[in-house]
Ligand binder design. Structure first.
Ligand code: ZN
Length: 180
């Protein structure tokens, strides 16, 4: 059956009827104020526009790392890193295939997490990859496992993260996480 096309009766004469100003069809009575319930909010002014992700991502990364540390290992990672001048989070525009890298230096240098500017373009990805990198730091810095980066110890930390945040830690990703 053919679909019924328009009957062609509409002449679209109403195309200019959108801008209906508050008509003053009657003589305004100045003493009569509108009731509060009839005053409509103006949504585009009352809703604050969120800052772009690119501007917020570094703060988000640092905040989430602290949240991970607090809830997964009671602040132990931060404590251990304090002797090494804290954990450094940096962003790289060169990382095109790898979303994140992390290393807990055995020397006194700061442990670091490096994140890909190109691949981490939203908060969900940032959290997922940061959680993975967090597990590298706990595996090395707290469990002192340096030989097997994605081994049993790493996965145990991953399970703790999943319990606390519902973020599944895997050793593979759609957007390739590190393999350090
Ligand atoms: Zn990894």
């Amino acid at each position: 059956m053919g679909s019924s096309m328009g009957t062609g009766s509409g002449s679209r004469s109403h195309s200019r009827s959108q801008s209906h100003h508050r008509g003053r069809s009657r003589t305004p009575k100045l003493y009569k104020l509108p009731q509060l319930s009839t005053v409509r909010p103006i949504p585009h002014i009352s809703a604050a526009t969120p800052r772009p992700f690119a501007e917020r991502k570094n703060a988000l990364a640092n905040e989430f790392l602290i949240e991970l540390d607090t809830r997964v290992c009671k602040g132990e990672l931060t404590k251990a890193a304090a002797a090494k001048d804290g954990i450094k989070i940096t962003w790289s525009t060169r990382m095109k295939r790898v979303a994140g890298k992390a290393t807990w230096n055995r020397s006194n240098k700061s442990p670091w997490i490096k994140l890909s500017t190109r691949l981490l373009t939203d908060e969900t990805r940032l959290r997922t990859v940061l959680t993975h990198e967090f597990c590298h730091l706990t595996t090395q810095g707290l469990s002192h496992e340096f030989k097997n980066p994605h081994g049993k110890t790493f996965m145990e930390w991953g399970e703790k993260c999943e319990k606390a945040f519902g973020i599944k830690v895997t050793t593979y990703h759609n957007y390739n996480v590190d393999f350090k």
